[in-house]
Design a protein around this ligand. Structure first.
Ligand code: SF4
Length: 410
């Protein structure tokens, strides 16, 4: 359990200043309702803090999927209807008996020698309230009361607020369990299978990053309303057991994703600053026609608006951002090394285009004192040597095939 002293300095105020709210509404389109930030979006933002484009669009609540469609680069995300229904039915099963099953799984995985929760020992506070602010306040009150009661409690779909880059994000975890000792555990219920007690590492990592966002928001609540509470640095991940619909669970360590997410979110440039640097008249308003869906603003204008905000494309965007195809096409058109991945980009230092990398490798440009240039030349020399050797052995690739390989690599 983490000490309350390690909580971030997220203050209670979550309202963006009126002028900023107005500016963001102009960017989104005055008649368009904002798309709310969720934990998945925040985890993706935290994974790419250098992308001003995503920070601004998410901060302004722009529908990135609709924008991507409007500029002719749609990306399909989300679950099929079947997976959605199956996920809902599994979540209901995992939360059966008023959360008693969740508490049983958590107690079993903790194995800390505390008394087993008996029948009727789990409270399920009513969290219903009107509007986002009302639900957030009701959740905070329920957490305070449950902590003071010193009993197990399960909060089903609570609502938390976390200020991010100057705008509030409202987050809805699957559940929060309050322990009799005042600890709070984030519960993530996922529909991917846990086979023999372990699940796909990539999916577990994504779930941990999401749980870390909830834990950050919870820390802010604990600091404000429940001084005796402490957010646990392990989340309970609940998944279907093997190929059944029965719940299985594992504790997921949040220390690393929490530290990373906290650092990345703090580093996010405020959307106000990004918005202030935009050329006059920039807007992402699709100006939908009467059917409310078909954009009337020309794709070229929208693409120009997107170009006005700096992006930090990386291949990971393909799994996390609706604008990935558009940004990849732009990076390719600019001959940018961003398409090669963050690791390669970092190794290349000041060489930002594929052409400049090839010129440096062939000796046509670049200083040999630059470590990246020196490494490229060494690699090019080794490659020539290997090809010459293979040619002498008669195992070199044929001219046409070799050319094809080089073209594909670029
Ligand atoms: S796809 Fe584009 S907007 Fe989205 S995170 Fe990547 S670079 Fe940023």
């Amino acid at each position: 359990m983490r000490s309350p002293d390690s909580r971030p300095g997220t203050g209670p105020g979550t309202a963006a200043p009126t002028a900023l709210r107005q500016r963001l509404a102009e960017l989104r389109g005055p008649s368009v309702a904002p798309v709310p930030l969720d934990a998945r979006a925040l985890a993706a933002l935290a994974a790419n803090p250098g992308c001003h484009r995503r920070a601004l669009l998410d901060g302004a609540g722009v529908d990135k999927a609709a924008l991507a469609r409007a500029v002719g680069a749609p990306v399909t995300f989300g679950q099929s209807q079947f997976a959605f229904v199956r996920g809902h039915s599994f979540e209901a099963r995992a939360k059966a008996d008023g959360g008693a099953e969740l508490v049983r799984l958590l107690h079993e995985r903790l194995a800390d020698g505390s008394p087993e929760p008996g029948p009727g020992s789990v409270d399920t506070p009513d969290l219903s309230a009107t509007g986002l602010e009302g639900r957030t306040a009701r959740t905070a009150l329920a957490l305070r009361e449950a902590t003071a009661a010193g009993r197990w409690a399960v909060l089903d779909h609570p609502l938390l607020a976390l200020p991010v880059a100057g705008t509030p994000a409202h987050l809805e975890p699957d559940a929060i369990v309050v322990h009799p000792d005042g600890g709070w555990t984030v519960v993530e219920i996922k529909s991917f299978a846990m086979i023999d007690g372990s699940a796909d590492a990539t999916k577990v990592g994504a779930a941990a990053r999401q749980a870390a966002v909830y834990a950050l928001a919870l820390e802010a609540v604990a600091e404000r309303v429940a001084k005796g509470a402490a957010v646990r640095d392990q989340a309970l991940l609940v998944c279907p057991k093997d190929f059944s619909n029965l719940p299985d669970a594992a504790l997921v360590d949040l220390r690393k994703p929490l530290a990373t997410t906290r650092r990345q979110l703090e580093r996010l440039t405020g959307v106000a600053e990004i918005a202030a640097g935009l050329p006059e008249g920039t807007t992402f308003d699709l100006c939908p026609s009467d059917d409310g869906r078909t954009p009337t603003r020309p794709a070229g204008e929208l693409a120009e608006a997107l170009d006005a905000v700096a992006a930090a494309y990386a291949p990971e965007c393909l799994a996390a951002c609706e604008l990935a195809f558009h940004c990849r096409a732009r990076a390719r058109a600019a001959d940018s090394v961003q398409t090669l991945g963050r690791g390669v980009r970092a190794e290349l230092g000041g060489l930002t285009t594929v052409a400049s990398v090839l010129a440096a490798a062939s000796g046509e440009a670049g200083s040999p004192d630059d470590p990246a240039v020196a490494a490229l030349r060494r690699a090019a020399a080794l490659r020539s040597e290997t090809l010459a050797q293979a040619s002498a052995d008669g195992s070199a690739p044929t001219g046409a095939g070799h050319r094809k390989e080089v073209t594909a690599c670029r």
